[in-house]
Design a protein around this ligand. Structure first.
Ligand SMILES: *[C@@H]1O[C@H](CO)[C@@H](O)[C@H](O)[C@H]1NC(C)=O
Ligand SMILES: *[C@@H]1O[C@H](CO)[C@@H](O)[C@H](O)[C@H]1NC(C)=O
Ligand SMILES: *[C@@H]1O[C@H](CO)[C@@H](O)[C@H](O)[C@H]1NC(C)=O
Ligand SMILES: *[C@@H]1O[C@H](CO)[C@@H](O)[C@H](O)[C@H]1NC(C)=O
Ligand SMILES: *[C@@H]1O[C@H](CO)[C@@H](O)[C@H](O)[C@H]1NC(C)=O
Ligand SMILES: *[C@@H]1O[C@H](CO)[C@@H](O)[C@H](O)[C@H]1NC(C)=O
Ligand SMILES: *[C@@H]1O[C@H](CO)[C@@H](O)[C@H](O)[C@H]1NC(C)=O
Length: 223
């Protein structure tokens, strides 16, 4: 019974640890800058040192009051450190700049601020193509494909005289580059949306363009 008690206390502390010490996620578009602030930047008195690290190994900045901040040589010109609030700005981010940035502010106690920075390229354009249309007097079926550079996704749309629906509901896929590809229906529009955390592109086709009722004949069109 006691060992279970000890185990539960351990689990609770572990969960609290995860909640309070997890890194803040930050997503940045490739080529942009990021500004990372330390927590409690308003309390900057009586500090002994400030150290900014990347992935717990590269010391980007080392600062003690009254001295010039020391910048890791290969980051000279790419980072800006504020001696007033200890924020770090990293400029023109590339994929290789992704990682966990940690600020360790030492005064009477040590305070850690951690950011998990992920640099992403803007997503590529998408093209939504209607592959086939089959129409009758009271229904119209479309099959569509949404293409990006590295992936594609299919969907079937059925319309009656009033409404349209998507077979199987919204279709989605995670591409090899980690972006999402979604095909969904909003009213009578078919939308393909290619997105990641920093950007999105879309293409739209109106079902009316393919499903307008001319006559009662069943037509079939393929391309
Ligand atoms: C900077 O130099 C350090 C130490 O040589 C190295 O570990 C790190 O990968 C370099 N960073 C960049 C962005 O070149
Ligand atoms: C810290 O200083 C930098 C540079 O002066 C500024 O851009 C940033 O907004 C400041 N951060 C806070 C939290 O005040
Ligand atoms: C940082 O965020 C990325 C993207 O969400 C994730 O894949 C990675 O596991 C995170 N790293 C850490 C150390 O939490
Ligand atoms: C559209 O698909 C439904 C379900 O498969 C079918 O009942 C209907 O006849 C189809 N309509 C046309 C015009 O192909
Ligand atoms: C998409 O459509 C093409 C052509 O009709 C078909 O060969 C392929 O299997 C379909 N893919 C999916 C995931 O449904
Ligand atoms: C869809 O249609 C409804 C009813 O006509 C309308 O209120 C709504 O704004 C439309 N949504 C979009 C995204 O166009
Ligand atoms: C596409 O997806 C992104 C991310 O989920 C969202 O912010 C954006 O509004 C969507 N665009 C459209 C046209 O729905």
């Amino acid at each position: 019974v006691w060992s279970l008690h000890v185990f539960l206390v351990f689990v609770v502390y572990f969960i609290l640890f995860i909640l309070f010490f997890a890194e803040t996620p930050v997503f940045v578009q490739k080529g942009n800058d990021v500004l990372l602030n330390v927590e409690k930047a308003d309390v900057v008195q009586d500090i002994f040192s400030v150290v900014w690290k990347l992935n717990e190994k590269d010391v980007l900045i080392r600062f003690s009051p009254g001295r010039e901040p020391i910048v890791l040589s290969n980051y000279t010109g790419r980072v800006e450190f504020s001696v007033n609030n200890y924020s770090l700005k990293v400029k023109n981010l590339q994929e290789t700049d992704s990682g966990v940035y940690t600020a360790r502010v030492t005064r009477d106690i040590e305070e850690l601020t951690e950011y998990n920075v992920t640099v992403q390229d803007a997503v590529s354009p998408v093209k939504l193509k209607v592959d086939s249309v089959s129409r009758s007097s009271d229904s119209c079926n479309l099959t569509v494909t949404c293409n990006t550079q590295d992936s594609h996704i299919n969907s079937t749309i059925r319309c009656d005289t009033k409404t349209c629906s998507q077979e199987g509901g919204e279709q989605s896929e995670v591409t090899t580059s980690g972006a999402s590809l979604h095909v969904y229906l909003v009213n009578h529009s078919i939308i393909c949306n290619h997105s990641n955390q920093v950007s999105w592109t879309k293409d739209i086709e109106m079902t009316e363009h393919f499903c307008t009722q001319h006559d009662g004949n069943t037509e079939k069109q393929n391309d």
